[in-house]
Design a protein around this ligand. Structure first.
Ligand code: HEM
Length: 530
């Protein structure tokens, strides 16, 4: 009994002790629970409140339906139809993802205003882009520093300079045309999206680096470049962890810049030895040499003196050349896919292009193609322009707001927010373009702006290449190259497109592509016939 009692007594005491501890622990965990719940409630309320305040009177959901993350999951797999619904919801509309406030501008006047307000905005780059393109890269410059650097780069893409690169481009176009025709014979219709990406990459690399880059290096870059695109998607994990998308992207970017560094060294030797420029690197390096000579002779203008009379290191050149590849690769591949799909589906337009191609050459196919001859190809050029209007490769361009920006009379963009001027809505504005969802190159033959109803206003709608201080550096290059390519391919090949229910649907992968990746066949034809 004693034993039992004492056991019982100690047991009771033990139970009481345990219960006491349990009560203390329970109340501690209740306290923690309360703290956590209160903290979460404050964070959620703050997030919603800030959203409401930033939103003001513009379109957007009344509350963030998915607290904190907002439409994050949708942004992982962007859909054209969801973008379009957003553009149609109002001239200014907003979302908030992870407390990042994003405003979308969907009219041409608002888009132009944003593009042309460098005092308030600068291009927005995802955090990981700075790591991949490197912080020292010129694309991250802003304001006057950016403007000065740009002045040094603009001469590399004038018509005069493009004339120099043209022979190298023509060689690549011929080589790939041969390849595509052979593929047509052996494989029939195949998915052309990857082939066009490789082709455009090869053209860019020869244009930028001439013969300094080897076939193997071109193949290496062309095969892997898509990893850079994937790493630079707008939504991505900001820290580079091994074997993730961003890690592979950085690896390829570093390897590519290393190749470009080697090319820059060879180009410097070539120009120092008195060689004539044949590629973008040569042209840049020669312009530095000329500016230095002028300075020595005492007749350098102040701009030249500032921009060019310093030795750009091979590393610096490689970084700038990488940005050209980065800016051109996806947009040019997108244009190629849509342009050739559209023309293959419209034989009457193909016939008109062939007529023009023979006419400008006086029916003599041995006529050398020069940039002057390309300028005579008005109809072929209108087909490229209309493709860019109908399916603009770049739908929107993200900018970041540097200081509070009164973008309309009733709304100011908050400092630190992201603002996204759109291009697609302006290029499909029914007040400017009759039947905007119809592909009609004749609109650009009737008027250079593409609008007979409102030509004076239409000039403002041509936002395919952006506008303002960051307007695309390569726009003349794009128009010249694609006009030439379209003419050449159509003379030499019959394009057979296998139309699927997804052909006209738009897939978003940095730029836009047909959802079925374009199933196409090139078939040899007699180039002397229309
Ligand atoms: C179909 C092809 C192309 C399209 C649709 C396109 C479109 C654009 C757009 C919309 C921008 C942003 C402009 C802005 O913020 O105002 C841009 C910038 C840029 N593009 Fe292109 N682009 C194309 C091809 C190229 C090519 C071939 C190059 C090669 C050199 C290039 C080089 C650049 C550069 C360097 C910038 C940044 C300019 C700066 O920040 O100063 N682009 N492009």
């Amino acid at each position: 009994m004693d034993t039992y009692q004492s056991f019982n007594a100690s047991g009771v005491a033990g139970v009481a002790g345990v219960a006491g501890v349990a009560v203390a622990e329970a109340s501690a965990s209740v306290w923690w629970f309360k703290v956590v719940v209160t903290f979460l409630a404050v964070v959620l309320a703050y997030d919603q409140l800030v959203y409401k305040m930033n939103k003001g009177n513009i379109a957007g959901s009344t509350w963030k339906w998915y607290p904190i993350i907002g439409p994050f999951m949708e942004s992982l797999d962007p859909k054209f139809e969801e973008y379009k619904a957003k553009w149609d919801s109002g001239p200014l509309s907003c979302v908030s993802v992870f407390h990042k406030f994003v405003v979308i501008a969907s009219t041409r006047d608002l888009s132009r205003k944003i593009f042309s307000s460098p005092a308030f905005v600068k291009p927005c780059v995802v955090d990981v882009a700075v790591k991949i393109l490197r912080p020292s890269n010129w694309v991250f410059l802003d304001g006057k520093a950016h403007g000065d650097y740009r002045k040094g780069l603009n001469p590399l893409f004038t018509k005069q300079a493009l004339q120099i690169y043209f022979p190298a481009q023509e060689k690549i176009v011929d080589a790939y045309l041969k390849k595509f025709l052979a593929m047509g014979e052996t494989e029939g219709a195949t998915q052309f999206f990857p082939h066009f990406r490789e082709f455009l990459c090869a053209i860019s690399l020869r244009t930028f680096c001439g013969e300094y880059i080897s076939e193997e290096q071109i193949k290496l870059v062309a095969d892997n470049y898509y990893k850079v695109t994937a790493a630079l998607e707008l939504v991505n994990f900001p820290i580079i962890l091994p074997f993730t998308k961003t890690w592979y992207g950085k690896k390829i970017a570093d390897e590519t810049m290393k190749i470009f560094e080697g090319c820059a060294a060879k180009s410097k030797e070539h120009i120092a030895g008195g060689g004539a420029p044949i590629c973008v690197m040569d042209e840049w390096i020669e312009s530095m040499v000329i500016a230095r000579k002028k300075e020595a002779a005492g007749d350098a203008t102040s701009t030249e003196a500032k921009l060019l009379i310093r030795d750009f290191s091979n590393r610096e050149i490689s970084e700038a050349i990488f940005t050209f590849l980065f800016a051109s690769q996806d947009a040019s591949s997108s244009l190629a896919c849509w342009l050739f799909q559209i023309i293959a589906d419209r034989p009457e337009i193909a016939t008109k292009i062939r007529e023009e191609q023979l006419r400008v050459r006086n029916n003599d196919l041995s006529t050398p193609v020069t940039l002057d001859l390309i300028e005579e190809m008005a109809y072929t050029n209108a087909c490229v322009k209309e493709s860019l209007r109908y399916r603009p490769p770049v739908l929107m361009v993200p900018y970041v707001v540097k200081k509070k920006f009164p973008v309309t009379d009733s709304y100011s963009l908050p400092k630190g927010s992201m603002v996204v001027p759109t291009l697609y809505p302006a290029l499909h504005d029914p007040e400017i373009y009759t039947n905007p969802d119809e592909y009609n190159p004749d609109r650009f033959m009737q008027d250079p702006t593409g609008s007979t109803t409102n030509p004076s206003e239409a000039r403002k709608n041509w936002l395919v290449f952006g506008t303002g201080p960051h307007v695309c550096l390569g726009q003349t290059y794009v128009m010249m190259l694609f006009t030439f390519m379209l003419g050449k391919f159509l003379l030499e090949a019959e394009l057979q497109h296998e139309v699927t229910p997804l052909s006209e649907e738009i897939k978003v992968f940095a730029t836009i592509f047909p959802k079925d990746d374009l199933i196409l066949k090139f078939q040899k034809r007699d180039p002397t016939k229309v």
